[in-house]
Design a protein around this ligand. Sequence first.
Ligand SMILES: [Zn+2]
Ligand SMILES: [Zn+2]
Length: 419
Amino acid sequence: MVYVLNNDGSPLMPCTEAKARHLVEGGKAKVVRRTPFIIRLTFLVEGEVNTEAVTLGVDAGSSLIGVSVTTEGRVLLEAEVEVRNDVPQSMEERRSKRRARRNRKTRYREARLDNRKRPKGWLTPTMETKVRTHENVIDKLCSILPASRIVIESASFDIQKIRDPGIEGEEYQQGEQLGYENVKAYVKARDGFRCRSCGSRDHLEVHHIRQRKDGGSNSPDNLVTLCHECHKAWHEGKKDRGTLSEDPGFKAATEMSTMRWILLDRVRKTHPDIPVKETYGYVTNHGRKSHGLEKRHFIDARVISGNVTAMSDGVLWHVVTRRSHNRKIHKDTMLKKGVRKANQAARKVAGFGLNDKVMYAGQLCYIHGRRSSGYFDIRRLDGTRVHAGIHYRHLTLVERANTNLIYKEVMEVSPSGRA
Ligand SMILES: [Zn+2]
Ligand SMILES: [Zn+2]
């Protein structure tokens, strides 16, 4: 699949590789990027060009994000994005450096009094990175595909429906089963994802205190989270109500994940022209299970997009995010005469920047470290070192790392999403 931009830079529907080659060879398009392959037309296509509804589904996550851009029958792009996990370490490092600096005798610094207030909507650096990675991925996808709708899973269950089961949405037609899935997701969250009998976190099931056949209802006060062992014991008559811990009751914190709500809010602000809808984890789980699909982040994203039966071309992009520059200015140890040695290399050394994709001795590598002498530390995507100090004349630039989502790699997956 090749992604196509109109002459004004707006996204059009993707085309096949053969068509793209034809366009490029005929001078009707220019190559913008190779991973993923993006071309831009040299002429302007006018009028209503994107007639098909394209939905972007986002499975938000704190370590792995699943995204799927679909039409009713086709998956246009699917990816799993690894979120940076080195932020807490970097913050710790900064903290210790600052502490050390305060204990040193340094030049007089004017007291800082007016800059300690956190602005509204402030997030911890770790959380901020996570939310921004989601935003970046969404922005990137919206820039290469004509998304007409964005769907984000904002919570695992819909508290509104539990509080007031009378309101019946469009999903109601999918039957009572779906409503029960919602209640089950709620009950697990209410019980803190622990067995109410023994406190275990493994193999959790939801049990009816008063059984269905005895007239017990599906309402949360008749349901309790138990681990598989305790559940079995209960049905064998070895456990009863008396062994349960107290009902923790509903807490606002269990209602939603802050990160997802902030994300939803920000995406709505940055894409005012695209409707941003929310969905719930129980709907996703139900959709995935009823179609017999694998439990993977990109498949959840496909279900979230609403086009469960869309077929992919078997390509899954694996995206890794890395920081784009080293912010540490000086080396830790001082040189003689008290000179602090610079730690940062120039952004570009001999034309190569951090994370640029290069070819060395027939293999694809990425610039990991650069030295002003013109020697580079090059590594593979997984971090294994290829060469600790290779001169630039042995490297050929394949692609510059000019996006926030730096590395991309294709994997083969089952087009239908079934195992
Ligand atoms: Zn248990
Ligand atoms: Zn049971």
